[in-house]
Design a binder for this molecule. Structure first.
Ligand code: MN
Length: 265
């Protein structure tokens, strides 16, 4: 009897593919600095902090051979992960440290509405848009992410174009209330990823319910990823997202490094 052929190692194949470029790593994360845009709530509410560095020492009297900083940040500052307990509807569900590690590596369905959002910054994705995408590309991935491409990352260099607010509030694209409910309650995805400052559309303060993505997703134990960039580099199907939020115990979310693995032929 000839010896059994060796079982091919998936991870060895991945390492080879990363090295030869047939699997590319796309960084979906916005850099964190004091200039990183943050959400602005009406003045009667508490506000999230902008990111700040506080130098401890820089090869000087305070530490001759080393440089390091303290930092201050909101949990929801920059590219970040929304945990279920972020919203009242999910208050008894998990904190960000409790998200199972295996759920942090998951396939992505990428839908491109950048043309629609360029025409109308208040553009809303409806269930029919998602169903049309599924008719072309197949069903949404079980346990995966729905990533919304809107072109909004091109505005992420500064607060004003990114929030795009006027006297009526912010104008940024997102999901309709009905679509948010469908994604949360009827689709198999674990969450929604967006290029905008939050998972909800800018006008979602006046939707029914208000902030339906937060309300329905968190209430269903699902997640959010925000302020993504480079989503344009992902194919409609086949990318694998690696989302790494800081495991802040009891936290409602955390800044995250978000990467995607993409197979290039
Ligand atoms: Mn958030």
């Amino acid at each position: 009897m000839p010896p059994e052929p060796p079982v091919p190692s998936v991870l060895a194949a991945l390492v080879t593919a990363l090295r030869d470029g047939s699997v590319e790593v796309v960084d979906l994360t916005s850099p964190l600095s004091a200039a990183t845009p943050v959400i602005q709530l009406p003045p009667e509410f508490g506000q999230t902090a902008v990111f700040e560095l506080e130098e401890i020492s820089r090869y000087d009297d305070r530490g001759p051979a080393w440089y390091w900083n303290n930092f201050r940040s909101g949990e929801h500052t920059g590219t970040h992960f929304d945990a279920p307990n972020h919203w009242a509807t999910g208050k008894d569900l998990g904190d960000v440290a409790s998200v199972p590690a295996r759920r942090l590596i998951a396939p992505a369905a990428v839908m491109d509405f950048s043309a629609e959002a360029a025409q109308d910054p208040d553009f809303l994705v409806e269930v029919d848009h998602v169903k049309a995408w599924e008719a072309e590309h197949g069903p949404l991935p079980d346990g995966g992410w729905l990533l919304l491409r809107t072109g909004w990352d091109a505005r992420s260099h500064a607060q004003e174009p990114f929030l795009n607010a006027d006297e009526n509030g912010p104008h940024t694209p997102g999901l309709s209330a009905d679509c948010a409910r469908w994604v949360a309650q009827e689709s198999p995805v674990i969450g929604l990823g967006v290029e905008t400052v939050g998972t909800d559309a800018g006008a979602a303060h006046s939707f029914d319910p208000a902030f339906p993505c937060h309300s329905y997703l968190m209430g269903s134990g699902k997640y959010g990823l925000t302020q993504l960039r480079n989503v344009a580099e992902l194919p409609p199907t086949g990318a694998v997202v690696i989302a790494g939020p800081l495991p802040i115990v009891t936290g409602s979310g955390a800044p995250a490094r978000v990467l995607a693995l993409v197979e290039r032929s």
